[in-house]
Design a protein around this ligand. Sequence first.
Ligand code: SF4
Length: 263
Amino acid sequence: MTDQPKAGVSEPKPTKTPNRRAATKNTKKQASSPKSPARAQSSSRQSVTRLSKAQIDEMFRRFQEALPEPKSELHYYSPFTLLVAVVLSAQATDAGVNKATPALFKLADTPEKLLKLGLPKVTELVKTIGLYRSKAKNLIGLAQRLVDDFGSQVPEDREALESLPGVGRKTANVVLNVAFGEPVIAVDTHIFRVSNRTGLAPGKTPLEVEHGLDQVVPDKYKLHAHHWLILHGRYVCKARKPECYRCLISDICLFEPKTPPLG
Ligand code: SF4
């Protein structure tokens, strides 16, 4: 799931669906496929093309049809274990985090237990995850804050969440969306890329894309938009080579040139 990756910490789910024939043709070319805010910035010098309201509605109708109840791929079973998993997932894969968290959660599935475990043991338990030393420190720090200031509960409030060590806007949005069912979208590298390539919500920064998505994604799709877009970016609209030939929104997407079928 993802924040603006913070130094040392911070975050952030397939449906193989058949390609669909052109229902909506758009011949305008999208600049290029931005892999990062910096690249998006250079491409933004070209004219930005955007999907229409009807195209966006159709896009999400298809996402919903293909995967009605998308879920986080991080393993968790409470707001606290979700928060820990999302903090650990910054600049790491969900699969890598899921390998480490069972042993950690067995010993420490509450802030108090995590504090009792102590930094050396927490560090040892997460050592297979990138940036584990700083992440372990942040976990101890956020557990302490939860105990001291929030009655050992994960706050259901963006500002409070962002005040915790290792928690940026993206992590806060993931927790708000996944744990508390708020219709917010956490813009990670996948959502940033898909939003720019498709013309859904072009933007130079993750925050600009987040605001754009908030404006254009229909309310009825907002709760699950986060996961649909992440899954689409992770499994179909991949960074290096988007698999346009099997993409369920290829006739809507503005990105050109589309990747042709293999062989
Ligand atoms: S995979 Fe789909 S969304 Fe991504 S660039 Fe290709 S057609 Fe567009």
